[in-house]
Design a protein around this ligand. Structure first.
Ligand SMILES: [Zn+2]
Ligand SMILES: [Zn+2]
Length: 286
């Protein structure tokens, strides 16, 4: 491992935090979903989300005129399901190409590409090798709420660390992947943005200016010189994690700091409190 003098942060210090889910399905356009579109929208609105993507399987779902959410912003997208699943968020239209070409096409449409639920099925949905071969995606699902009720595990931070350890820079997104009403509200992203507008959310989602959560809320996350500074509202168990999933430091409290030493090719922070888990994006050695 090389020694790094400086580290990069994807977190900006200004803006507000906004809550959103990037993986959901309605019964009109996904056979596997039991939630009608109107109910899906109202359920997320009731839970006070700022934004939602309805991502049906190979179907570009738009709201009909009788569905007009008051406070929920919709970011269009779909779940590419021709080959291994991936979220294509903010794209302009459906894409039906081979996996790598679909990723390139989604980039051409200014979309965000997230490889889905790697720990679904007893054998991995994606292997790390397959993920390393592909180019041009922004990140992977590190938590997919639906997988716990199927064969697999919702948490895929082991796969994320394997990619990061190999030097592949990618962000970690948590989602509900909602198919039943009880899937709604299990996991989401908190995006930091200057304005409550889809274009601002997309920019932050693309650049890693967000964290993932199943409940824990961050007050602050910053890199000051080479010191990671993180604050939460509630007493939290923090873990600073480096290459090969190594737990570098743990801390209990509402504020944790870690001076990166230089050997770490990346450091990320995760933790939990009585509300749930959070996962920050990695700070990369330059
Ligand atoms: Zn899927
Ligand atoms: Zn899905």
């Amino acid at each position: 491992m090389a020694a790094h003098l400086k580290y990069a942060t994807s977190y900006r210090s200004s803006g507000n935090w906004y809550k959103g889910n990037l993986n959901s399905h309605c019964s009109e356009h996904s056979n596997c979903s039991t939630i009608p579109l109107k109910k899906l929208i109202s359920a997320y609105e009731e839970k006070v989300y700022d934004f939602l993507s309805v991502t049906d399987h190979d179907h570009y779902t738009l709201l009909t005129e009788d569905i007009q959410p008051q406070n929920l912003l919709i970011i269009p997208g779909f779940e590419y399901s021709q080959q291994k699943h991936m979220q294509l968020i903010g794209v302009k239209d459906i894409i039906r190409l081979d996996q790598q070409l679909a990723i390139l096409q989604a980039n051409d449409q200014d979309g965000i590409i997230i490889l889905d639920h790697p720990n679904w099925e007893e054998s991995p949905h994606w292997t790390v090798e397959q993920m390393l071969e592909l180019k041009g995606y922004h990140g992977i699902e590190i938590f997919d709420g639906a997988v716990d009720r199927m064969i697999g595990r919702s948490n895929a931070t082991d796969v994320w660390d394997a990619l990061l350890t190999q030097g592949r820079h990618c962000w970690g997104y948590a989602t509900d992947n909602s198919h039943y009403l009880f899937d709604i509200g299990r996991a989401w992203v908190m995006v930091r943005a200057e304005k409550r507008e889809p274009a601002h959310f997309l920019e932050s989602l693309k650049n890693g200016n967000f964290y993932s959560s199943t409940g824990a809320e961050l007050k602050e996350i910053q890199l000051i010189e080479n010191k990671i500074h993180i604050e939460t509202e509630k007493e939290t168990a923090f873990r600073f994690i480096g290459p090969k999933s190594k737990i570098i430091k743990t801390y209990l409290g509402q504020l944790a700091e870690y001076w990166i030493e230089g050997w770490e090719d990346y450091v990320r922070v995760e933790g939990y409190n009585k509300s749930g888990w959070f996962w920050t994006q990695p700070f990369y050695g330059l």
